[in-house]
Design a protein around this ligand. Structure first.
Ligand SMILES: [Zn+2]
Length: 565
């Protein structure tokens, strides 16, 4: 190497070359920032240039300033930190948009009085006749100090004359007098009425005198009955509700979501969203699965096979696309947590195998709901059989929220080219609900085994499993992964990550899991300009403050969709 070349090479290594994809005059340049690119080297830069919906260049202030033309908007970041837009790889958001305008979210609230205050503020903001709701994503266990039930009287006071239904994950709920009236269930029941009740009324918790406390028990069964009584949502209202939900997500730093369908989700929900994507655009990119409810009969399994054969993935674009089959394509095959824990019998395994074979034949990715080791082993047995005939490697099959995945299972998955989607569900302290975790004692702190997964090198990413089972704020997920703490301060996880590892898992890794690595996940030339300008430096704020970070501006496809620059 000649001396001059060697010096040039040295300088390039030292400063990093300005990365450019085209001789394009940028529309916007952001200068004087701390650009956490989350590129392969996790490099930090000063400035970024945006042209159209993509990133044109990343480099030093001087390098980026030199690209500006007369029409370029120049923004001084004033030293603020910028990270790639955050991607939730498991969030049932489409289902949640239905009643979004009625809902008070309690994500991250650690104080009972503050929770009541949020509910009251929401009730005050709603037009007459609209219900007050909070549909999961929180549990009293996340509160510090007082964790008492919300009472009928309290909910009457904060939501007078307005039905209130406040749901704590999928476990129980609280309601007020107007809700009892709307459901035609007496607040004070006579002995005869109490003995006779069936349906939703049977889940009402009453005191000795037969008076409702406001609490309803009964888990999923109760919640299903309650949903039957919810007011209808018109198509007009639905579009507005979707816009409102996506704006909320932008406000907490989300720019892309992988939605795994779920019970109650229909094809028309996605069709409506696709229509909006085409006519007005979406402020959160929506990737989703081919999912309808949770089929649990042989006929329904045959229907799923027919649907897989009749549809094709990857026909959308980088605003919205159908990516995979999942997360529950045949309920008895995923027996571990959602339904009656009966082991799958031979015909259930056959049905699961038929569905997975159809997916492999059709070139589909598959996302499979499973959390417990026995379930994961059983799934892998079937998948390995299929792989012998249809190599799965290119299809990036995944196991989602594999909370109890083991080392050997990861090795089996690696051979199949699979990946893992992990969730921060324990941040609300609810893992104690799981019998298995209670039995595990200290070993429960290894659930999920994030450090082991990270060290294994298997592709994996972070998500939530919101909106009902879990909270949805990505900065709370990052904080949980770094500190191992639940919102109430308890340690729930001892296999923690570094801040850098956690951020990669919530951005670039999720982009790979969603086949979007050439579009999303980092601040690099050529990728879509999805990024967050933060109110604190994620890499250096005191660790306790990570969960409180908020974007001052959320940029999607080069456009500020929330906050301002
Ligand atoms: Zn699931």
């Amino acid at each position: 190497m000649a001396t001059n070349t060697r010096i040039l090479f040295f300088l390039m290594v030292l400063t990093g070359p300005v990365s450019l994809i085209a001789q394009q005059v940028p529309d916007t340049i952001l200068l004087n920032g701390k650009i956490v690119t989350v590129d392969d080297l996790f490099s930090i830069q000063e400035a970024v240039a945006i042209g159209g919906e993509r990133i044109v260049a990343v480099g030093t202030d001087a390098e980026i300033r030199a690209l500006a033309g007369s029409g370029t908007t120049v923004v001084d970041l004033d030293g603020r930190t910028v990270i790639p837009g955050l991607i939730d790889n498991h969030n049932h958001i489409i289902r949640a948009t239905e009643y979004w305008p009625n809902e008070a979210r309690l994500d991250g609230v650690t104080n009972r009085l503050e929770a009541l205050a949020r509910l009251e503020a929401k009730a005050d903001s709603l037009p007459a006749g609209e219900w007050l709701m909070s549909l999961g994503g929180w549990t009293e266990a996340q509160f510090i100090g007082n964790r008492a039930d919300f009472t009928l009287e309290e909910l009457d006071e904060i939501s007078p004359g307005r039905p209130a239904f406040i749901q704590s994950t999928y476990d129980h709920a609280f309601a007020n007098t107007p809700w009892f009236d709307a459901m035609d269930i007496p607040v004070v029941a006579t002995r005869a009425q109490r003995d006779a009740v069936t349906g939703l009324a049977a889940h009402v918790v009453r005191d000795e005198a037969g008076r409702a406390t406001g609490r309803l028990d009964g888990g999923m069964a109760m919640i299903r009955l309650a949903i039957d009584g919810f007011p209808e949502v018109t198509a007009d209202k639905q579009a507005e509700a979707i816009r409102e939900a996506l704006t909320y997500l932008n406000g907490i730093g989300l720019t892309s979501i992988y939605d795994p369908g779920g019970v109650g989700i229909q094809g028309e929900s996605y069709a409506r969203l696709r229509g909006m994507a085409d006519t007005e655009g979406l402020t959160v990119r929506m990737f989703h699965t081919l999912a309808g409810g949770a089929p649990n009969t042989q006929e329904a399994a045959a229907q799923v096979v027919a649907e897989i054969e009749a549809s094709r993935p990857f026909q959308g674009d980088h605003v919205m696309d159908l990516l995979a089959v999942g997360e529950i394509y045949y309920a008895p095959f995923h027996w571990d947590s959602l339904f009656e824990p009966r082991r799958p019998v031979a015909q259930d395994l056959d049905a699961g195998k038929r569905i997975l074979t159809a997916a492999a034949e059709g070139g589909w990715s598959v996302q499979t709901h499973a959390s417990q080791p026995e379930t994961i082993d059983l799934l892998l047995d079937v998948m390995e059989e299929i792989n012998a005939e249809y190599p799965l490697r290119q299809l990036r099959w995944s196991i989602t929220h594999a909370d109890l995945v083991g080392r050997e299972q990861i090795e089996r998955m690696r051979h199949l080219g699979m990946n893992l989607q992990m969730r921060s569900i324990s941040v609300t302290a609810q893992p104690r609900r799981y019998r298995l975790l209670e039995e595990m004692g200290d070993a429960g702190l290894d659930v999920p085994p994030l450090r082991m997964i990270e060290a294994s090198g298997i592709p994996w990413g972070l998500g939530t499993d919101g909106t009902k089972a879990a909270q949805i704020n990505p900065f709370i997920t990052l904080w949980w992964a770094v500190t191992g703490r639940a919102l109430n301060g308890d340690q729930v996880l001892r296999q923690t990550l570094t801040r850098e590892e956690a951020l990669i898992a919530h951005t670039r890794s999720n982009a790979y899991l969603m086949f979007q690595e050439s579009n999303l996940g980092a601040i690099e030339p050529g990728l879509l300009a999805d990024m967050l300008v933060l109110d604190g430096d994620y890499l250096t704020v005191p660790v306790e403050e990570i969960k409180d970070i908020l974007p001052v501006a959320t940029i999607v496809g080069g456009r500020v969709v929330s906050g301002s620059l």
